[in-house]
Design a protein around this ligand. Sequence first.
Ligand code: ATP
Ligand code: MG
Ligand code: MG
Ligand code: MG
Length: 473
Amino acid sequence: KKLTSSEFRQMFLDFFKEHGHMIMPSASLIPQDDPTLLWINSGVATMKKYFDGSVVPKNHRITSSQKSIRTNDIENVGKTARHQTFFEMLGNFSVGDYFRNEAITWAWEFLTSPKWLGLDKSKLYCTVYPKDIDSQKVWEKAGMPKNHIFKLEDNFWDIGEGPCGPDTEIFYDRGQENNDVAEDDPENFPGGENARYLEIWNIVFSQYNHLPNGKYVDQPHKNIDTGMGLERVLSILQGAPTNFETDLFLPIIHATEEMTPGKKYGVNKADTTAFKIIADHVRAVSFAIADGALPSNNGRGYVLRRLIRRADLNGQRLGIKGAFLYKLVPVVGKIMQSHYPEVMDQRGFIENVIQNEEERFQATLDSGLTLLDELIAKAKKSDNKTISGKDAFKLFDTYGFPYELTFESAQDAGLKIDKKGFDKEMQAQKERARKARGDLQSMGRQDVTLMNIKDKSEFEYGKYEEDHAKLID
Ligand code: ATP
Ligand code: MG
Ligand code: MG
Ligand code: MG
């Protein structure tokens, strides 16, 4: 069936509504009551209050399409067929209501019934936790061919303490022609690192409580949480080789093509990747800003800054001159409007924020990129194939290249960066800035050059890294 993204999203919600669920609108991307999380990164992240019992929902069956951001996937964007930073997670949740039987049976029904998605059963596979015999039985009874059920030790969701349990993942076979590993590669199976078997849906059976003493006990109320990647399933429904050749991305990609001096999507790998990165990042920043985030030097704001600069760097590589990303905001707004009016509603504001941020970076982008290319050439000739910390820091400090951007470019070129050296330069910079601030006060006037130093010291990269380490999976 060739459904549009809106039709498919609605169909999922309708299916679970028919099975007694209440439809919950997507929550904000910015966690409302959870200081441990930087971004909402899944449907279940918004359901914590129901699962921990602090709030009792009106209906114990809930379904939603949840806006999600995963920064741990930034570098996957454009490289894999299946990852974005911003995506929608479709989900159904049982708060102490139905359990394994219904969760698996309904998933199978939704995927395969001609009334719903009607996917080819011979292309569906699943993985289960080896000791979770119950799930294997339910899968077989539902109609999953026995030899399409794979046992995987990884299929146990456990964060050390608290609710946990086995999970089962569903995969779609995109055919041997889409595989990027050899036939005899140990990763060549559903659940392995390959592009043939696309993970589309994850179902978690939260049935145990992991106690501080290491014991596992049954939970009095067992919960179900599931997550299905909307864009991934859409790629199957629309016959797209990756998430990007779907109605959610193509209009953005085409609008980007118009801004290049004649570059086309799909002609060569480097350009195609750049188009994908731009289309992904503009969605992420548009929605993040609509939900109240703003570019800054740490935490969430730093993620936005990094995404905007990464998009601009890729725009530059496609030959686009000057700020451009903000011009794609109305395209994103229009695609998503029927279900998420927030981008269109705040269009002017979002455009302004992005354009301002772009202009700050564009001022130094050309010379920064020239320097980056020089540094890469220099490092390639060096014995240790490493960009020095000093050089990486110069890119950061003078040209506004986030460390991760330089790191990624180095990696693509098969090079390393002296991270320790970079951190040392950063520390020295902070020292200088502190001193400068002291001098400034004693002089009792605002010297322009010193103010500039102060401004740069606010680029607290170290702070962000700390947040990053703590808050992101
Ligand atoms: P993968 O192994 O492919 O990275 P995951 O196991 O990390 O996926 P889950 O945490 O299980 O993903 O999330 C549930 C579902 O959300 C996945 O099965 C997938 O369909 C979708 N999903 C996860 N990450 C992304 C992403 N970065 N972009 C698009 N969809 C995603
Ligand atoms: Mg992942
Ligand atoms: Mg996975
Ligand atoms: Mg998964």
